[in-house]
Design a protein around this ligand. Sequence first.
Ligand code: HEM
Length: 273
Amino acid sequence: MSDNSQTRSRTRLGAGGLLKGAGLAWFLVATAGQWTFVWYILNVYGVTTATGNPQDWNETGVIVGYVGGDWFGNLMFAVHVLLAAVITMGGTLQLIPMLRKRVPALHRWNGRVFMVIAVVLAVGGLWMTWLREARLSDLGALGVSLNGVLILIAAPVALRLAMKRRIDPHRRWAMRLFILVNGVWFFRIGFMAWIIAMQGPVGSTPQLDGPFDLTLAFACYLLPLAVLELYFRAGRANAAAPKLAVAGLVLLLTLVTAAGIFGAWMFMWSPHL
Ligand code: HEM
């Protein structure tokens, strides 16, 4: 190998390491934010449900939470929010490579549970949105509904690929599913990061039908999915430049994610609720 090609290959290896490191940095920050979200769900919906006070669900300002006499709708809501905590926690465990290698049975079972819950949340969410009419605007509801439909596509694809032992495409689809399942979390932290950056709810209305709200209703999962595709492509690229560019983008988004988590904790999830 000539000196030149040795230097090029070393630069590529360094860039590849940086890309992986950026992905890991994002994942660690996001995991902290997702566990914070889980804490909120358990602290608010877990405690009120377990102590027999479901009417207190409404104190979070949900659109249609507890409705007196509507036992089925209330049950659906309880199942939705409580399983949301389980899937959010399970999703972070699923992506830890060490657990995957050392305890493959946990990965397999947690993965099956994750996919079943993803489908239950998407179907239940679609039911609450359109039949229980828990929506503020039709266009915003279309955003979260498309998120639900994409979950219903990605979950069986990821599962079938795992069952056929096609590990590489399985990994890619499982990561897409992870992003989709966290769409509602991205919405919350995206909203907060924006408010912090703009010093106020610019483009947002109380009905969540302002230009920013409606864009975010779709962008909260489409944008992270697009970044994930860039991450995959950069990982496969031969040159160092795309790896470095995507590593830089992911590091920048790690800061945005951290700001959004901070805002969500301060204004939505901390115990003052
Ligand atoms: C798959 C991942 C999902 C998670 C982790 C999740 C999580 C949650 C949480 C935590 C809440 C309580 C609201 C709060 O206190 O912030 C909630 C409510 C709700 N979710 Fe989901 N959700 C998911 C998917 C969906 C989907 C795909 C839809 C729609 C298609 C949906 C529709 C709803 C609706 C309508 C409510 C009630 C909101 C209200 O009345 O204000 N969810 N969800």
